[in-house]
Design a binder for this molecule. Structure first.
Ligand code: PRE
Length: 355
């Protein structure tokens, strides 16, 4: 037993020495690439997506694909930081799911900049105080985040990527137990994601919407004997509040999709999607006419969301995600025809698909 352990640990030490050498060789190359790129953009989402796809495709195991992805996100994060340290704005404070989304996409070698609101994330990136921003755009249980859609319509920023984050909610409190809880604070989205659980386990508790889940924790701590908050485990740990119940979201597949926004047009990766927003002229069959060019050129639509246009009552704009990059010939043709059929079209960006 002792000999076997020593032998295996010896092998691990030799592999770690190799890894150390190889990681530094990789980092030195990234630094050289940084010099070749000069003043141009350091982050290349298409290249990072291709690296991750290739590593997953070639993964022989036993490490699961998800672990390989996480490891290479971190490796690229640290290599990228030798070229320049990126600043990424997100809906704060720290401990929110938005921060988790930043770490999932960019790794840990970036400077996170917590902002007070989604508007603030957009302003921070627009004014150059951060290189990128990460904003929630839809949740699988609660649907679209309207404010993000409205701001995408107004802003000159582009969508440079997406992050899918499984969201697991916890009931956290310093109260003695569930029976002591008279009120539950959380962001309206999180309260919505846990409605059935709350109806069953805390039917009499008042539900109070807060600006963020972290703010909800702070509010609940002011009256800790009879208050609770709904938030993620990371936020619970940050504030050292006991978790009374885990995975209380109504749908265990509950996922929030975030968008990466920035002042950059992303090149094709080979597996991309394009987000756009458009409005239809006010006549019968107009929406059908808008979608016909997509069907004609065999471009699949993965999402269609309508939103009040704010230019007139009962007028709408439509947010679409379509498969493919806007530079791919069939997508470009479909978009050209769409521009002729629509009253207004704005391409929000093409970016690599993630799962
Ligand atoms: O290939 C590049 O352009 C690099 O800068 C290297 C690298 C990497 O670590 O592989 C780092 C940052 C970019 O976003 C893409 C890839």
């Amino acid at each position: 037993m002792g000999e076997e352990l020593k032998e295996y640990r010896g092998q691990i030490d030799r592999i770690d020495d190799d890894l150390l050498r190889l990681l530094n060789q990789r980092a030195a190359l990234a630094r050289k690439i940084g010099h070749v790129k000069g003043e141009s953009t350091v982050l290349r989402p298409e290249r990072e997506a291709q690296i991750l796809q290739r590593m997953v495709r070639n993964n022989p195991g036993p490490l699961p694909d998800q672990s390989i992805t996480q490891l290479f996100v971190e490796i690229m994060s640290h290599c990228r930081a030798l070229e320049t340290q990126l600043c990424v704005a997100y809906l704060g404070p720290s401990g929110t799911f938005s921060q988790e989304a930043v770490e999932k996409r960019f790794g840990h070698a970036v400077l996170g900049k917590p902002c007070n609101s989604i508007d603030d994330v957009f302003h921070t990136v627009e004014s150059g105080k951060a290189n990128y921003g990460v904003v929630p755009v839809e949740n699988s249980t609660e649907g679209a985040i309207g404010r993000t859609l409205d701001l995408l319509l107004q802003s000159h920023l582009k969508v440079c990527g997406e992050v899918m984050l499984p969201v697991h909610q916890c009931l956290i409190s310093r109260a003695a137990g569930l029976s002591a809880i008279k009120r539950v604070f959380s962001h309206a989205q999180s309260l919505g994601q846990c409605q059935s659980w709350l109806n069953t386990h805390l039917p009499a508790a008042e539900r109070i919407a807060a600006g963020s889940n972290t703010q909800a924790i702070l509010l609940s701590l002011e009256k800790h004997a009879d208050s609770a908050a709904i938030a993620g485990v990371m936020a619970a740990a940050n504030y050292d509040v006991p978790v009374l119940a885990e995975n209380i979201e109504d749908d265990p597949r509950n996922t929030t999709r975030f968008l990466v926004i920035g002042d950059q047009e992303v090149a094709p990766s080979g597996k991309d999607k394009t987000s756009l927003v458009m409005s239809a002229p006010n006549r019968s069959g107009a929406v059908y006419d808008l979608l016909a060019p997509l069907a004609r050129h065999d471009v699949s639509m993965t999402r269609l969301e309508s939103r009040p246009a704010r230019s007139g009552i009962w007028e709408y704009v439509f947010f679409l995600d379509i498969e493919g990059h806007q530079l791919e010939p069939k997508v470009a043709l479909a978009l050209d025809e769409l521009r002729q059929a629509a009253a207004f079209v704005k391409t929000l960006g093409s970016y690599p698909v993630t799962t």
